[in-house]
Design a binder for this molecule. Structure first.
Ligand code: DGL
Length: 272
């Protein structure tokens, strides 16, 4: 069984890794957080593509047979380049399309909110997919939320003040749902919900992404039925980061939901 490669700019994508390990228990996983280069949300599309392609190559070199782009900023700005790097036969699952598909299967009209990093919102990809599905998009960049969560400001006055500043004063009252378009946000989903009118549904893409991956892997295995299954010498789960600091090591458990050990793996390819 080839491992699933999951990557994010940092440790926020561990919320997706957790959903994947619940949906496909026992499947080997290699997680890569590009902590040396986060936040992606403040980078140009070109730089996000450069970093994302490098990590995709690293995960493919480690023997991964599928990729999950567990970062909305990378999904919105680098998906074509990642798919080109992976080539045919390697499923690449992003975090944007499954969320929009899920929303459009539930709502056939009305306004859907999306919050995410500057790079995600500026790409316009959520907006264009929602519009294509016959929905109206109300998108807002909420750049301080991810760094506050990463710093451990959850369920307190700091995150509450940020949520109020970005989403308060009735700005989102007419939306039917809000997509949490950043893999950090599930950690404050309850607090966001508590500060919004109760009719607004919050959409955390982790589980729909895991479901889309499961289907893609099943299809991949069905297509390989006559080929010998490739084996992997990797241990069941590895959690790699390009720069390991104490704060990432401590934060990882909050995002994954249970204790995990991060290992540092420097990216060796030339050029930063
Ligand atoms: N986890 C990233 C995302 O989903 C946000 C963090 C960053 O800006 O690097 O977009």
């Amino acid at each position: 069984m080839k491992p699933i490669g999951i990557f994010d700019s940092g440790i926020g994508g561990l919320t997706v890794a957790r959903a994947v390990s619940e949906a496909i228990p026992g499947h080997p996983i290699v997680y890569f957080g590009d902590t040396a280069h986060l936040p992606y949300g403040e980078k140009s599309a070109e730089l996000i593509q450069h970093y994302s392609v490098r990590i995709a190559r690293e995960l493919l070199d480690l023997g991964c047979g599928s990729l999950v782009v567990a970062c909305n900023s990378a999904s919105s700005n680098a998906l074509d380049a990642i798919r080109e790097t992976a080539g045919p036969g390697i499923p690449v699952i992003d975090v944007v399309t499954p969320a929009v598909n899920w929303v459009s299967s539930k709502y056939d009209e009305g306004t859907i909110g999306v919050i995410g990093t500057r790079a995600t919102i500026a790409s316009g990809w959520y907006q264009s997919l929602l519009t294509h599905a016959g929905l109206t998009a109300q998108a807002k960049a909420t750049p301080l939320l991810a760094s506050a969560i990463e710093e451990g400001f959850q369920h307190g006055r700091v995150s509450s003040a940020l949520i109020e500043a970005y989403l308060g004063q009735g700005a989102f009252d007419s939306v039917k749902a809000i997509i949490l378009g950043c893999t950090h946000y599930p950690l404050i989903a309850n607090q966001i919900a508590a500060q919004l009118p109760s009719h607004i549904e919050l959409v955390d893409s982790a589980h729909v992404v895991a479901h889309a991956l499961k289907l893609a892997i099943q299809e991949q295995l069905a297509n390989q039925i006559s080929a010998p299954a490739s084996s992997s010498s990797l241990s069941t789960q590895r959690f790699l980061v390009s720069d390991l600091t104490e704060s990432f090591a401590l934060g990882a458990q909050r995002f994954y939901g249970s204790p995990i050990a991060l290992q540092e793996r420097k990216l060796t390819t030339a050029q930063d």
